[in-house]
Design a protein around this ligand. Sequence first.
Ligand code: SF4
Length: 347
Amino acid sequence: MKFHTSARTAFEALGVRIPPEAAEVEARFPVYVNDYYLKLIDPANWRNDPIARQALPDRAELEDDSSSFDPLAEEIQMPVARLIHRFADRVVLLATGRCAMRCRFCFRKRTWTTGMELDDISDAELEEACAYLRRTPAVREVLISGGDPLMLPFEHFRRIVDAVAAVESIEIIRIATRLPAVWPQRIDAELCDYLRRIPGLWVATHFNHPRELSAEARRACALLVSSGVPVINQTVLLKGVNDDAETLEQLFRSLVALRVKPHYLFHVDPVRGVRHFATGIGKGLEILRAFRPRLSSLAVPTFAIDLPEGGGKVALQPDYSAGAETYWDIHGKKAIPYRMMRCKESR
Ligand code: SF4
């Protein structure tokens, strides 16, 4: 797979002239994208293309200087290097800063922005993280993330998973990866055969748009699922990419048909250089409302925001309380008090 480490070669491969602002943007937030993902872009309309917006530099990234590189305060919630411990029963292990693509909306830009790159986890760091897990048995779940842990050489990735799985109190391992969406060819039989043997292991993919579900991406998901690996997906709600109910309905329906459960729909985090992707919470709630009458609950993810300063995830739902006191009586065809209906039911 050919990877482009500069805006110049990425735009050349796309067959369009490099925009003048690209050099200034990539000096701050590097460009990294491969030929596979570029082929999903419509070059004739690249400025408005939902795939291009996720991969190619945009002047708007430089116009957002107020937000932080770590708005979720992950760095101060690390009891040992590489391990974020925010909730009692689970932790995040940052395995690497490598990714198959530098997503322009990434909430961990601090692991790959120029001058802030995170190396692959060392054996000493892995041992320190596992020692912490052994002396903190309340932790039952480890989310192995980054960057993208599947970008590591397979043997290195396997050492990490084996070490975490060997901790007696760990029941669940989640591998967070965007590879099925941005480099699906990398998901192969050897990897799936290994993953399926790890008890309690789930894969969490990251698809944001139905056009990311190419034939290759579908093959990657099918390979994981048919190998016996449970797969969930998280999506980030992004202005100009997927902020309408029709687009997300198509994405979520397709994922469920592939036996990939839409797990989370996240509002974008207030990371530096990302503000132009923010839709506002109201947009997410409006989309959920539109889903209610027409989309199976199997296909509807939890809409959530991550609170700033490490406050954690909060799930959001449209407010239906205005109708909570009455309920339509299907026999009498009139509204009856909700409390009365519950009494009837309990009889
Ligand atoms: S693959 Fe994930 S971690 Fe890497 S740049 Fe994209 S969103 Fe960020």
